[in-house]
Design a protein around this ligand. Structure first.
Ligand SMILES: *[C@@H]1O[C@H](CO)[C@@H](O)[C@H](O)[C@H]1NC(C)=O
Ligand SMILES: *[C@@H]1O[C@H](CO)[C@@H](O)[C@H](O)[C@H]1NC(C)=O
Ligand SMILES: *[C@@H]1O[C@H](CO)[C@@H](O)[C@H](O)[C@H]1NC(C)=O
Ligand SMILES: *[C@@H]1O[C@H](CO)[C@@H](O)[C@H](O)[C@H]1NC(C)=O
Length: 359
C-alpha cells in the first residue's frame, strides 16, 4: 500500500501544489522534537503532564509544548503525515516508514556538539542518522529512486537557538562565525546526501524567552545581548544559504525569519490574537519561568492566549501561526520563496513518471 501511494504522489507531483513534496526530513531542537528525547537518558524530556495537554488524546508524548509543534504544522501544510521520531522508528523496526520522511530533532540540540552535550542528539549526530536512513533507502529501492525521492522532499532545519542560550563568552561575533561555519559544513553534508529543498527556520529572539526575561528581575525585559546574537545569526545564515544556492545550481531554499515574525507577536500580541507575550503558560516563579514546567506547576487555562508555553518553548498557537507565515507568507519574513512555492517547484524530471520497482 505504501509503495502504491508513493507512486501516486509522484505522478501528480507537478499538478498539485499541496502534496508535491512526497516526504519531509526534520533536523532541529525542542521546537520540532516529536519524541526522540523519550529514548535518551536525559533531564531534557517532555514526556510528563501537562506537556501534550492539547495534543489529540491529551497525553504527553515528548513534544515540548501543549500540542502540535512547527514540524507537525509544516507537515499538515504539505499534506503529509508528520514524520515520526527516528529513534522510535528504529526501536519499533518500522524502517519502511523512512519513505515518508523522518524527524531527527532533539530537544536541547545545537549546531555545536558541545551544546547540551550528552543530553540530546547533536546536529552532527542527527546528520549521521540521516546518512544511515539514506543508505537504508538505497538498499530498499536503488540509488536513482532514492535520489528522486530525496531531491523532492522538504528538509526542514530548525537549529541554533540553544547554542545562543548557552553562550557565555565575550566575543559574540566570533561565536556567530563559528556557528555559521559549522552550519555550513552540516548543510553541505545534507546536500551531498541528496537534499535539494531546504526550509531554514531562522532562530527566534532568544533573549525574549521567559527564562531569560525572568533573569532580569527588576523589569522582566528581554536580554538584549541574546537578541543581538539571534539577529546576527539569522542575518549570516541567510547569506550562507544564498551562497550555497549560487554554488549548487540545483539547490533551492526558503528562509523563514522567525525573529522578525515572533517579535511581532511579542510587540503587538493583540494583533495576533494573544493576551500574554512575556510570561510562560506553565512553570513557577517570576514570569512562571524560574522553575521549568513540571507536573506540580500551575498552567494557564487558555493556551491560545499565550505566546510561550514554558520557559523556552512556544505554545501550539504560536507554532501554528509561525508555520502559516513560513508556508504562505512573503518577504521580508520569508524569502526568496515561501515553503508553498518551494514545495511546488518542479524540475524537468518531474514531467516523467519514474517506474517504481517494488521489492
Ligand atoms: C561557559 O560555559 C562553559 C560550558 O558550560 C563553562 O565550561 C565555562 O566555564 C563558562 N565560562 C564562564 C566564563 O562562565
Ligand atoms: C535587562 O533589561 C535591560 C533593559 O531594560 C537590558 O538592557 C538588559 O540587557 C537586561 N539584562 C539582562 C541580564 O537580561
Ligand atoms: C531554484 O534555484 C535556482 C538556482 O539555483 C533558481 O534559478 C530557481 O529560480 C530556484 N527556484 C525556486 C523556486 O526557488
Ligand atoms: C481562549 O482565548 C481566545 C482568545 O482570547 C478566545 O477566543 C477563546 O474563546 C478562549 N477559549 C476558551 C475556551 O475560553
Amino acid at each position: 500500500m505504501l509503495l502504491v501511494s508513493f507512486c501516486f504522489m509522484v505522478f501528480f507531483s507537478c499538478n498539485h501544489v499541496q502534496g508535491s513534496s512526497p516526504a519531509m526530513f526534520v533536523f532541529g531542537d525542542c521546537s520540532s522534537d516529536v519524541g526522540n528525547n523519550n529514548y535518551l537518558h536525559t533531564t531534557d524530556k517532555c514526556d510528563f503532564p501537562p506537556y501534550g495537554i492539547d495534543y489529540p488524546g491529551g497525553v504527553a508524548n515528548g513534544r515540548c509544548n501543549n500540542g502540535k509543534n512547527v514540524a507537525d504544522f509544516l507537515a499538515d501544510k504539505l499534506g503529509i503525515a508528520s514524520p515520526e521520531p527516528y529513534l522510535s522508528l528504529m526501536e519499533t523496526r518500522k524502517t519502511h516508514k523512512f519513505l515518508q520522511g523522518v524527524n531527527f530533532a532533539s530537544s536541547g540540540a545545537g549546531i555545536l556538539s558541545s551544546t547540551y552535550e550528552g543530553l540530546c542528539i547533536s546536529m552532527d549526530t542527527q546528520i549521521d542518522y540521516y546518512s544511515s536512513v539514506f543508505e537504508a533507502l538505497v538498499e530498499k529501492m536503488d540509488i536513482s529512486q532514492t535520489q528522486w525521492l530525496i531531491s523532492r522532499s522538504i528538509f526542514m532545519i530548525n537549529i541554533g537557538s540553544v547554542d545562543i542560550l548557552v553562550y557565555n563568552g565575550t566575543s559574540s561575533s566570533n561565536y556567530v562565525s563559528l556557528l555559521i561555519s559549522t552550519l555550513e559544513g552540516q548543510l553541505k553534508r545534507i546536500y551531498d546526501l541528496g537534499a535539494r529543498k531546504f526550509v531554514f527556520m531562522g532562530i527566534e529572539p532568544v533573549g525574549c524567552w521567559p527564562a531569560l526575561r525572568a533573569m532580569n528581575k527588576s523589569n522582566g525585559d528581554c536580554n538584549i545581548e541574546a537578541n543581538q546574537l539571534s539577529f546576527l545569526f539569522n542575518e549570516q545564515a541567510a547569506v550562507l544559504l544564498q551562497k550555497m544556492q549560487s554554488e549548487f545550481a540545483d539547490m533551492n531554499y526558503s528562509f523563514f525569519d522567525s525573529y522578525r515574525e515572533l517579535n511581532n507577536y511579542i510587540n503587538y500580541p493583540k494583533t495576533y490574537g494573544f493576551k500574554e507575550a512575556k510570561a510562560a503558560c506553565c512553570g513557577m516563579g517570576f514570569l512562571k519561568a524560574e522553575i521549568p514546567c513540571n507536573p506540580l506547576s500551575s498552567y494557564c487555562s487558555n493556551r491560545t492566549e499565550y505566546v510561550f508555553w514554558d520557559n523556552w518553548r512556544q505554545t501550539e498557537a504560536t507554532a501554528k501561526l509561525l508555520v502559516s507565515t513560513a508556508f504562505d507568507g512573503s518577504p521580508p519574513n520569508v524569502f526568496p520563496v515561501n515553503v508553498k512555492q518551494l514545495s511546488g517547484f518542479c524540475s524537468e524530471i518531474n514531467a516523467h513518471v519514474v517506474p517504481f520497482v517494488a521489492q
